[in-house]
Design a protein around this ligand. Structure first.
Ligand code: DHB
Ligand code: FE
Length: 290
């Protein structure tokens, strides 16, 4: 059967993608940020999954305000890199996994989560920047990402957004779905977006290091308690775009300890850095205990 070996959490700041694409990663501003991913890139090389289920948010790129799915699962064979106004990033297209994605849709919808099925969509910085951060820019990433990716797009752009509890429970359902897939696949689930940031209005530039680090502590040790935080606290404490963090609870809910009375996952890596563009960057790698 398929299984989830680890979960990865990371911010998705578009300027990080631009820094990589324009060879600026060694500049003093960016160097400390990318140093925080050295371990992760080595780890991913040594622990390459068969599939990544990547939870992210589209930024009105593939989905305009004409139609706003709360949870949209990509079942396509491939996804083109979106043009967000400066041309598509010079990174490989994303190869999907239609068989596993269709199974997840079947299982999760039958567990009463009304997913939208996406058979064609372009993917924006929300998906490609986490991949770039974790994979680096060297070969073979120039030609292809290291494995197929199943995108799960979550609406955190237009209110109302899903609650933390709904996200944690979706993660639980996804774990059941993956563990009932009849092929021995090693799957990683990634939760992306955040940390604290606000891009507009009177509080533009807001960063809350204390709240972010408490979020990381609770995500590791008490995800059920963390899931009870209402969306208004994310907005008040972490800024209007800090609500992206609710997506991390989907990945965390899919870890074995949440439902199976297994030990807490092992923290393989933890990193926090300010600033990156207008955003605090947070990053965790959690491994399921055997
Ligand atoms: C920035 C951060 C985001 O999450 C985003 O989607 C766009 C911009 C920023 O920090 O500039
Ligand atoms: Fe964003």
């Amino acid at each position: 059967m398929a299984h989830i070996s680890a979960s990865v959490y990371t911010s998705h700041v578009p300027a990080i993608g631009a820094a990589m694409d324009l060879s600026k990663t060694r500049e003093p501003y960016w160097q400390p940020l990318f140093a925080g991913y050295d371990f992760s890139r080595q780890w991913l090389k040594e622990n390459r999954p068969d599939v990544i289920l990547l939870v992210y948010n589209d930024h009105a790129t593939a989905f305009s305000l004409d139609m706003i799915p709360t949870f949209a699962l990509g079942t396509a064979a491939e996804y083109q890199v979106a043009d967000e106004g400066w041309g598509p990033r010079p990174v490989p297209k994303v190869i999907g996994h239609p068989e596993l994605a269709s199974h997840i849709a079947q299982s999760v919808i039958q567990q009463d989560f009304d997913l939208t099925i996406i058979n064609k969509m372009d993917v924006d910085h929300g998906l490609t920047v986490p991949l770039s951060l974790m994979c680096g820019e060297k070969d073979p990433v120039k030609d292809a990402w290291p494995c197929p990716v199943i995108p799960l797009a979550v609406n955190v752009v237009q209110y109302p957004v899903p609650s933390g509890q709904r996200c944690l429970n979706l993660g639980r359902a996804i774990r059941k779905a993956i563990e009932s897939y009849d092929e021995n696949l090693n799957v990683q689930i990634w939760g992306t977006g955040g940390m604290s940031h606000q891009l507009q209005g009177a509080r533009a530039g807001l960063i809350n290091k204390e709240w972010d680090n408490r979020f990381l502590d609770l995500l590791i040790e008490n995800p059920v308690g963390l899931s009870e935080i209402p969306h208004i606290e994310y907005v008040r404490e972490a800024g209007s775009e800090g609500i992206e963090l609710v997506m991390w609870l989907i990945a965390r809910g899919a870890m074995a300890d949440v439902d199976c009375a297994k030990p807490l996952p092992k923290v393989l890596h933890r990193f926090y850095h300010v600033p990156a563009s207008n955003t605090a960057v947070g990053h965790l790698i959690l491994q399921n205990q055997a």
